[in-house]
Write a protein that binds this ligand. Structure first.
Ligand SMILES: CC(C)(COP(=O)(O)OP(=O)(O)OC[C@H]1O[C@@H](n2cnc3c(N)ncnc32)[C@H](O)[C@@H]1OP(=O)(O)O)[C@@H](O)C(=O)NCCC(=O)NCCS
Length: 188
């Protein structure tokens, strides 16, 4: 089902915003050979325009490190051997603390297969894995304007929202950066 919208001379075909038929996918642990596919899918989802904070932190090394350190809590969804979603998390614990946390760090589903229950299945299986590993609190975070992710997490029982503000400073204009560039130029 698509919806046609007339705008001046163009016709835009829009994907429906409502739920679609569930898609049959295989949820399994992240494997070494999945790393580049997961990275590429994330590149398509975490764009600088829509999700700038996630865009900055997302790189192939991040996926590789999670694979190395926490593969039991990193899941992918595959449909006909194509990766269509991922949920990458890790257990966090503090010395001398009774609390273990299960932190869902990265969640993404291919645009072509959204609203078909894939993230829900990934989340359920990851939650079970966190519970098996004695996590007592599950953490997720996302941009405050990421409406689809917030709707998704709230629907699945996440609450107690705390706002965290990222600040940045361009270091190109810092006196030490200027001095360094001048030194490099003198040495060339
Ligand atoms: C958020 C995201 C993972 C959801 O994946 P999904 O597979 O489409 O989610 P599901 O089909 O399991 O959706 C479950 C529920 O979440 C809510 N939801 C999901 N996408 C939504 C959207 N675009 N608008 C409104 N509600 C939405 C709905 O309540 C939905 O239930 P319903 O379809 O019965 O109404 C996906 O949109 C995505 O990859 N977004 C970009 C990356 C991102 O923001 N990641 C999260 C932070 S790391």
């Amino acid at each position: 089902m698509t919806e046609d919208l007339q705008t001046n001379e163009r016709v835009i075909r829009r994907r429906p915003r409502s739920r679609l038929e569930p898609l049959s996918v295989n949820i399994r642990e992240l494997a070494l050979e999945d790393i580049s596919d997961v990275f590429e899918l994330g590149q398509k989802l975490f764009t600088p325009e829509k999700l700038p904070t996630l865009y900055r932190a997302w790189d192939e090394d991040e996926v590789l490190q999670l694979y190395t350190a926490a593969r039991e809590t990193c899941l992918v969804a595959a449909s006909s051997d194509r990766i269509v979603g991922f949920a990458l998390g890790r257990i966090m614990e503090k010395p001398r603390s009774a609390w273990r946390y299960g932190w869902l760090l990265w969640l993404g589903v291919d645009r072509a297969t959204k609203r078909r229950g894939i993230a829900t299945r990934l989340l359920r299986q990851l939650t079970s894995r966190f519970i098996e590993r004695e996590a007592r609190i599950m953490l997720v975070d996302t941009d405050e304007h990421n409406r689809q992710a917030l709707t998704f997490f709230r629907k699945h029982g996440f609450g107690q929202e705390v706002r965290h503000v990222y600040l940045s400073q361009n270091l190109d204009a810092h006196p030490e950066a200027l001095a360094r560039r001048e030194k490099d130029e003198r040495e060339e």
